[in-house]
Design a protein around this ligand. Structure first.
Ligand code: F6P
Length: 468
């Protein structure tokens, strides 16, 4: 069987337990097999970007990690990836900034990744590149003569062509995607949007087998939703429920119902809207005061990007407002924290929570929604409140679906969740749990690798063309 080579900006620190950066690393980590090579950024910023990656082996998986220079880091990560592409792909044009210098840094880092990765590749490797940080990597590898099958997966949403077209280098990025043999996105909606962008911006032509052509290059775009290790997460939640942290939380609740949210502190997560929905809930349903406690974990993220700093200030203010307005001497309605919690601790908290609030303004998938469901006790499950703009909503219609732009819809859903009869909670849980157990981290991984392995090999295609 071919070796799988994963490439992503973040690489989970081999052997580290507890908090790992982001759902991508956790979901891929759950499916890793010995023999895999995982290549990416070390997380370190140094004086100069080196030409070689440092290799570490852990449990049969090889990790190759490269440091970045300060200026590369700024242009690539804080600049183009998170200052331009992230807001664009989350349809927040007002927050998008574009500088040609950042784009140059982005391409330079992709080139440096390609140069350090190419010598590590074996001819039959299946190379699977992840997320918006690394769109040009495939084209950079091809420029170095790499002929392996190359796949790309976009973990974040895609946007309608008219929005993507606002990006001054929209055509350059779409062309770069054409260097991959297979491109995956989270949902049918995002697949349609990317396909349309290929048509409208590059004039792509459709061919047999779902492939598209732009000039001589061809690729296929598939929707392949990501999931979690559902059985593993359920077991984690069951164990965690008996641990010290869960007991401490339970004691502090003194019988009140727990509402939980856990997100990176990111403007795509809709946290101000969620806080507003909760404040209106306390206002419109005073009978619930003293009876609920809302814990929002908003783990600090990308703290050197100014939009994130502004959001943090806004949330600090809103949290203060809510507690100032509604708290009583023996009750604080909103517990808001910006430090991250280990996945196992969160799993125990999810199990205890009567309501899971997952209300992003836009999200590729959102694995918290799936983790919340997997953590529930089937005999007495909590209720998931889910934004219609999370990729997860496409296949999780039995959650209480809300439009997070309408704070009242969050308010109503909280009230409905807290009063939902057990039989309805169980019925909804069963269908949601079925989805979470069917579309898992493992099925995501296996389906993408199988589809990539099934794509035609480029060098043969080229050789055949030459012979014809
Ligand atoms: O899921 C989207 C994503 O950007 C991942 O690529 C990333 O690892 C995660 O969110 C966390 O973001 P960051 O790597 O910027 O901390």
């Amino acid at each position: 069987m071919a070796r799988i080579v994963i490439v992503s900006n973040r690489v989970p620190t081999p052997g580290r337990r507890g908090v790992q950066p982001g759902g991508l690393a956790a979901a891929l980590g759950d499916s890793l097999r010995p023999g895999t090579l995982w290549f990416g950024w070390s997380g370190r910023v140094v004086a100069e970007t080196p030409t070689r990656a440092e290799l570490v082996e852990h449990r049969g998986v090889a990790y190759a990690m490269i440091d970045l220079s300060e200026s590369h880091y700024r242009g690539f990560y804080a600049g183009f990836a998170n200052g331009t592409l992230w807001p664009l792909l989350h349809a927040r044009l007002g927050l998008m900034e574009f500088e040609r210098a950042d784009l140059e840094g982005y391409v330079a880092v992709n080139r440096a990744f390609a140069a350090a990765l190419a010598p590590l590749l074996r001819p039959d490797d299946l190379v699977w590149v992840h997320d918006y940080h690394l769109i040009p990597l495939g084209a950079e590898l091809r420029a170095l003569g790499v002929q392996n099958r190359l796949g790309f997966f976009l973990h974040v949403p895609f946007v309608p062509a008219s929005i993507f077209g606002v990006l001054p280098c929209a055509d350059l990025l779409l062309r770069a995607l054409m260097a991959y043999d297979l491109v995956g996105v989270q949902s049918e909606q995002h697949r349609r949007d990317l396909r349309n962008a290929m048509d409208e911006i590059l004039g792509a032509r459709a061919a047999a087998g779902g492939r598209i052509y732009v000039g001589e290059q061809s690729t296929r775009i598939i929707a392949n939703p990501i999931g979690i290790d559902a059985a593993g997460f359920t077991a984690l939640a069951e164990r965690a429920a008996g641990r010290r942290e869960a007991k401490r939380l339970a004691e502090s609740l003194v019988g009140r119902a727990l509402i939980i949210g856990a997100d990176r502190l990111d403007y795509s997560k809709g946290l101000p809207n969620r806080f507003e929905g909760f404040a209106r809930f306390l206002h419109r349903y005073p009978e619930f005061r003293q009876k609920v406690s809302y814990l929002q974990v908003a783990a600090l993220s990308r703290a050197d990007v100014k939009q994130y700093q502004a959001l943090r200030r806004e949330l600090d203010r809103l949290a203060g407002d809510i507690n100032g307005r509604f708290a009583e001497f023996d009750w604080v309605p909103l517990r808001y924290m910006t430090s991250a919690l280990p996945r196992a601790t969160l799993a125990g908290f999810y199990r205890m929570a009567r309501v899971g609030l997952v209300t992003p303004l836009r999200d590729g998938m959102n694995l918290v929604a799936k983790e919340y469901v997997a953590a529930q006790d089937p005999r007495d499950p909590g209720v998931l409140i889910l934004s219609k703009f999370a990729g997860a909503a496409e296949r999780m219609a039995d959650a209480l679906i809300v439009n997070p732009y309408d704070a009242d819809s969050i308010t109503d859903a909280i009230a409905r969740a807290l009063t939902m009869p057990l039989a309805e909670r169980q019925r909804r849980f069963e269908t949601l749990a079925h989805e979470v157990r069917t579309v898992t981290a493992q099925s995501f991984y296996a389906a993408f690798c199988a589809a990539l392995a099934g794509t035609p090999v480029r060098r043969l295609a080229l050789a055949e063309k030459g012979a014809a």
